[in-house]
Design a protein around this ligand. Structure first.
Ligand SMILES: [Mn+2]
Length: 323
């Protein structure tokens, strides 16, 4: 709420000063790097970062004409001049599009759209976005930038956009705020390893976190880790975020038979076949129903009547149940 007010004022002030405005995905390096590319080209740009669901719901984002949107849908009903995206669920919506659902990330499309493909620094940061967005992180720099983005607060993310636009990656990583975020990320990785190591190897793995906020981990990262280390082909992690609010992280093998969009669209979410998410609310009088809602969608899709569920409680302590 406060962030919306602050960002609204930043955009308004930017519009008055005739500065370009850009909107990118807040959740991963692809969005952050896409906006860094825009800022590299237009040094006076105002950068706003949001999650896809926030863009769809926002009441103020649509009030402005956006010069650049990346890795996100257009704010419904808004005018967007340029957009770079690769999400199957976000069809073209801007005046000038660089849209390709087969692209490895939005940043590679953004570089093309902005005419920056030959800039060596751009090539470097785009390659980090590719490594991150295809869940195939091989370089140490990509690993650290990925951690920095995922474990930063909003202000540090904006700082990352600015740093990535201006200075070499090694210098970005030396920044004090950025290094602190990386440290938090490394701690989270230790917790995630703990959880993954106690799970069995299965084709389908389903997890439930009744108190998601207790663990300062990235559930998207956890999903990728399970897929890799347990050879799983279809992983669903349901988290309870609050009294009625649930968030699902679905991951599937790229060449496997499972399609995450089939699950998340039934819960009001979106994404790719191999990585998608949904946030939804349980009925007010049955706040615990959120788990049943998801389990029923999963059973219907897989055509099964029992789900092997791993419930992760404080510790982490993992309990196996059949539901
Ligand atoms: Mn992306």
């Amino acid at each position: 709420m406060l962030r919306d007010l602050v960002d609204f004022m930043r955009v308004l002030a930017g519009k008055i000063a005739r500065r370009p405005i850009a909107l990118c995905d807040v959740g991963d390096p692809d969005g952050v790097i896409s906006c860094a590319l825009f800022l590299r080209k237009y040094r006076n740009a105002v950068i706003i970062l949001r999650a896809p669901a926030q863009v769809v719901r926002s009441r103020w984002l649509k009030m402005f004409t956006w010069d650049f949107v990346a890795d996100l849908p257009c704010p419904p009903g808004s005018r967007v001049k340029m957009r770079a995206d690769h999400h199957k669920t976000n069809p073209p919506c801007a005046e000038k599009e660089c849209y390709d659902p087969s692209a490895p990330c939005a940043a590679v499309l953004a570089a093309k759209l902005l005419g920056l493909e030959n800039d060596e620094h751009v090539k470097k940061i785009v390659s980090i976005a590719i490594e991150s967005d295809t869940a195939n992180i091989v370089t140490q720099e990509a690993k650290l930038i990925d951690l920095a983005v995922r474990y930063s607060g909003y202000r540090t993310k904006l700082r990352l956009v600015k740093l990535l636009a201006e200075v070499d990656v090694s210098e970005v990583l030396r920044d004090e705020k950025v290094s602190k975020a990386i440290e938090r990320g490394l701690e989270a990785e230790r917790i995630m390893s703990n959880i993954v190591n106690t799970l069995p190897s299965r084709e389908i793995i389903t997890l439930y976190f009744p108190k998601a906020k207790e663990f300062k981990i990235s559930y998207r990262q956890l999903n990728i880790k399970i897929q890799k280390e347990k050879n799983a082909k279809f992983i669903n992690i349901l988290t309870r975020r609050g009294f009625r609010t649930y968030r699902l992280y679905c991951g599937a093998d790229k060449d496997g038979p499972y399609d995450c969009t089939q699950i998340v669209t039934k819960l009001g979410g979106g994404g790719h076949k191999f990585a998608a998410g949904a946030q939804y609310k349980a009925p007010l009088l049955k706040p615990g129903k959120g788990l049943d809602i998801f389990i029923n969608v999963l059973k219907e899709y897989l055509k099964i009547n029992k789900v092997e569920l791993y419930v992760v409680k404080s510790g982490p302590v993992i309990e196996r149940v059949e539901v």
